[in-house]
Write a protein that binds this ligand. Structure first.
Ligand code: ATP
Ligand code: MG
Length: 496
């Protein structure tokens, strides 16, 4: 259905999420910044011990940086565990993976409503890895409904990326292969461009659910674990769980290794006898040796898919790399050696999926002839945004988990998820898309008073003018009556 209310595209990613909209003034999809003023929202959620406070995104990520020991309340990479992870029981409340995903989507929705559109956003296109099965897709949809969206369309990530690639103005042949190596999943799909400018998936897409940046971070972590055992005769973590803070350091060292040949760790590990200094320099070559098996796996799958495409008469002419992990130099080297078509690295690879989602949202819900229909024109008044409801209602009693590990949930009814009121920085300056005027109600009141004054003055001037028709005073008051009439007309226009 085509209507005038705003619609957004969301890339719900394993490590980060983002949102975009189609801006009719530029005829392009544009990123919507979040409350913290950033284009990216880490897909991280923190529940405090009593279950009272929930932090989402950057605030949760900051908390993770601060936290030295207690890690129980953090949920990372929920997208790759939507079906399999056990519910988390915190402060007597049960949070299933789908609830955690809902808090992330809810944050994005609320930020878009409060800071960008100034009105309710009820429809979203949300992307999913093409390799997700129907159960996983359904979980994303459930999370979106819990987050407060009333209409949700799911779109495979490679299709979104291809739409963005084409709409950015790049030349696309007839058959495009999208290689998406992200934070949690790897996906490869061959798409065929059809005459109306959209794409269809031509062959069954291939993917690996546990092959992404998260796995590479862990490889680096385990490498450091071996070094810590050798040098310090201790583990990095004091518990059986992985040290999430150190894992974050591995992530940033890994990212740096895409640009530099060596990276150095120098950090204190907490311990019962005081902190121990862990120092280690790793070479890119060593890191590549550890992650080669993952990259090999993606290259083998891609080769299989492209060969199948050629034999099925889908002659792939464009190979596009997206996803943050495709920045690893070994990826491009390996693919260039293995494929018959040279892969294209794309600057926009981090936002390809979300921009494509926004193009798709515009296509299915936007006005047929795209016009800024939900951006009020110069002389229109925007009604104040309706109050944002954090959640449509209590989340129903969760059914028994599909897989039960950990403590048995006590099946309490969860209260509505409340994204914690932001305790940290004051909101960034309110972003109002150009062209939008926010009209304050006080202006309306002032206009009412002015109208009454002008009417009284105009009638008074008119009466005096009639009373002293032939004298100079009569002429002056006649002119004044006309002036007040003009002011009256202008004020009543403003009110409209
Ligand atoms: N320069 C870089 N070198 C290596 N890895 C990088 C680089 N930049 C980002 N990454 C990694 O890319 C991953 C994030 O990629 P992306 O944003 O595409 O994933 P996602 O959308 O969160 O996950 P998914 O699409 O798998 O659900 C992270 O693991 C990040 O560390
Ligand atoms: Mg992604």
């Amino acid at each position: 259905m085509i209507t005038d209310s705003p619609v957004i595209g969301i890339d719900f990613g394993t490590s980060k999420s983002s949102m975009a909209w189609y801006d009719p003034r530029s005829s392009r999809a544009e990123i919507i910044r979040n409350y913290e003023g950033r284009e990216i929202t880490p897909s991280v959620v923190y529940f405090d011990r009593d279950g009272g406070e929930i932090l989402v995104g950057q605030l949760a990520e900051n908390k993770l940086e601060e936290q030295r020991t207690e890690q129980r309340g953090f949920v990372l990479s929920v997208k790759r565990n939507l079906v399999t992870a056990p519910p988390k029981v915190i402060g007597g409340k049960v949070y299933k993976p789908v609830d955690v995903a809902a808090t992330i989507l809810q944050k994005l929705k609320q930020d878009a409503e409060k800071l960008h559109f100034h009105q309710f956003v009820s429809r979203a296109v949300i992307t999913y890895p093409a390799s997700f099965d129907i159960v996983q897709q359904d979980k994303i949809k459930q999370a979106a409904i819990l987050a407060g969206f009333s209409e949700v369309e799911l779109l495979p990530e490679p299709i979104a990326a291809a739409l963005a690639y084409m709409n950015t103005g790049y030349k696309v042949g007839n058959h495009i292969l999208v290689y998406d190596f992200g934070g949690g999943t790897f996906d490869v799909a061959v798409l065929t461009r059809i005459s109306d400018g959209s794409f269809i998936i031509s062959l069954e897409p291939k993917g690996l659910n546990s092959c992404g940046g998260d796995d590479l971070d862990r490889e680096l972590y385990f490498h450091c674990e071996e070094i810590a055992l050798q040098k310090l005769q201790r583990s990095i973590s004091l518990t059986d769980d992985i040290d999430l803070r150190f894992l974050r350091q591995c992530r940033s060292r890994k990212e740096n290794l895409s640009g530099s040949e060596t990276e150095t760790f120098s950090s204190y590990l907490s311990g019962p006898n005081g902190p121990a200094l862990f120092e280690h320099t790793i070479e890119r070559r060593t890191f590549e040796g550890r992650i080669n098996k993952y990259i090999d796996h993606t290259v083998t799958l891609t080769k299989e898919v492209i060969n199948k495409a050629f034999t099925s008469n889908y002659k792939v002419d464009t190979v596009v790399l997206i996803g943050g992990s495709s920045r690893i130099p070994l990826v491009l080297r390996s693919l260039s050696n293995a494929l018959p078509v040279a892969p294209i690295e794309w600057q926009q690879r981090d936002f390809a999926v979300v921009l494509g989602a926004a193009y798709h949202a515009q296509r299915i819900w936007g006005p047929a002839n795209p016009k800024p229909s939900f951006i009020p024109g110069r002389d229109q008044i925007i009604p104040p945004p309706p109050p944002v409801k954090p959640q449509p209602g209590p989340i129903p009693v969760p059914p028994p988990p599909l897989h039960s590990y950990g403590p048995a949930p006590d099946h309490k009814v969860m209260p509505p998820l409340q994204v914690s009121p932001n305790p940290i920085p004051p909101p960034p300056p309110r972003y109002i898309p150009p062209g939008i005027q926010v009209v304050q109600p006080v202006t309306k009141q002032k206009n009412n008073a002015a109208t009454i004054v002008y009417v009284v003055l105009m009638i008074f001037s008119l009466l005096v003018a009639i009373a002293s028709l032939t004298s100079e005073t009569g002429i002056v008051f006649a002119i004044l009556a006309v002036v007040f009439l003009v002011l009256l007309i202008r004020t009543s226009r403003k009110r409209r």
